[in-house]
Design a protein around this ligand. Structure first.
Ligand SMILES: Nc1ncnc2c1ncn2[C@@H]1O[C@H](COP(=O)(O)OP(=O)(O)OP(=O)(O)O)[C@@H](O)[C@H]1O
Length: 365
């Protein structure tokens, strides 16, 4: 799926922009503070109904305005998709003129992958970042995942409320325990099944980007691997009651990257870390496309930062080969002008919140 037309209204310093996009590579270049990242944020809002960080969503609305609106046409059928977001946090999503039933519907239609400076959190941040990354892939590849994941969240929340109330023999807790056990087992099975294929794809893409022998992805499911969830819940009951929450389960799963037993974030240089993170993100798009035929949409903020010219070219080649639609930002047009082999990118110059089409390769024809 790619976006053919994009209209952005009152997002940060972009008062109004109407863009006709390439289904392949779209590059936004311009000086600091021009509004390049805001274009990516607008597409992110369309795909996930929020900014890069949920807490930033409110601040996206242009000063002295009450709402941001982003509208696009998707795929060959030019399916209209729009979102409006108000200062009070309310938002409205419409797909083909009808209100979307859930944000999952939007996410399924527009599989957005973001590579920006926050992407380093995949290596150095909390396990929540890695679980979100993993679950993005499982959600798109395994059709039953969303339902099981919702069951897990609901049963976990209800169980934790009962734990805090201290009702040790509450029959209601037995009910939520059973629901939690079933959902936890399913979520873990689906994550593991996804990872079997994904890890191979990740190793392939990483090998094309950088030679890091010994780098391995280690999945931990969130509870003792020699025990069932049921056994762990029984074993941990006193501890769970004392702490007021469920200590073990898929809500504690992690996916660490280690090299020779050390965390990649403790060992690798900044550039190497960026390449590992890019390999993870690109592998998601490749794997999704191989498993489902769906194309992802890539938002890459400041692609050249931290990378030497050889690695910039390799990144561009991999994005092109995947045939995903990409929105890429950089400061100078020349930084990315000659990195492409298959398609000429569409170049946009962003200046003080205004976006104009620029000549390809910076050469006026
Ligand atoms: N709510 C808002 N209303 C209006 N302007 C805003 C709002 N929030 C941020 N801005 C301004 O909008 C611009 C957003 O810039 P953006 O982050 O898109 O820049 P950029 O081109 O990616 O720059 P850089 O290269 O420095 O990352 C900045 O000039 C910022 O000060």
């Amino acid at each position: 799926m790619s976006i053919s037309q994009l209209s952005i209204t009152q997002v940060r310093n972009l008062s109004q922009a109407n863009l006709s996009l390439s289904p392949h590579i779209n590059i936004f270049f311009g000086q600091n503070g021009a509004g390049k990242t805001s274009v990516l944020e607008a597409v992110h809002l369309l795909g996930l109904a929020k900014s890069f960080k949920p807490a930033r969503t409110r601040s996206m609305i242009q000063w002295d305005q009450t709402e941001s609106v982003v509208f696009c046409k998707v795929g060959e059928a030019n399916l209209p998709v729009g979102i409006s977001r108000k200062k009070d946090g309310k938002h409205q999503v419409k797909i083909s003129g009808e209100p979307a039933t859930s944000s999952a519907e939007l996410a399924s239609l527009l599989p957005v992958q973001l590579i920006n400076s926050d992407a380093f959190l995949l290596l150095e941040g909390s396990s929540k970042n890695r679980r979100q990354f993993l679950d993005w892939g499982v959600f798109h590849v395994e059709h039953t995942f969303f339902h099981q994941w919702q069951r897990l969240q609901k049963s976990l929340k209800s169980r934790n409320i009962l734990l805090r109330s201290g009702k040790i023999s509450d029959p209601l807790r037995d009910t939520w325990d059973r629901e939690f056990i079933e959902a936890a087992t399913e979520v873990d099975n689906l994550r593991q099944r996804f990872l079997k294929g994904f890890v191979k794809e990740f190793e392939r893409v990483l090998g094309l980007l950088i030679d890091l022998p010994g780098l391995k992805l280690h999945y931990t499911r969130g509870w003792d691997k020699t025990k069932t969830v049921e056994e762990v819940l029984k074993h941990n009951l006193q501890r769970d009651l004392k702490s007021g929450f469920t200590n073990a389960g898929p809500q504690r799963a992690d996916m660490k990257l280690k090299i020779h037993g050390e965390l990649a974030s403790d060992v690798l240089s900044r550039g190497q870390q960026k390449l590992v993170v890019c390999a993870l993100k690109l592998a998601q798009g490749y794997y999704l496309s191989k498993q489902t035929g769906k194309q992802s949409i890539y938002l890459v903020d400041d692609l050249p930062s931290e990378l030497d010219s050889r690695h910039i070219k390799l990144m561009c080649q991999l994005l092109e080969e995947m045939d995903a639609q990409a929105f890429i930002t950089c400061i100078e047009q020349q930084q990315l002008a000659t990195s492409w082999q298959r398609h000429q990118p569409k170049m946009f110059h962003v200046e003080h919140g205004r976006i104009v089409i620029a000549p390809e390769n910076g050469v006026q024809k």
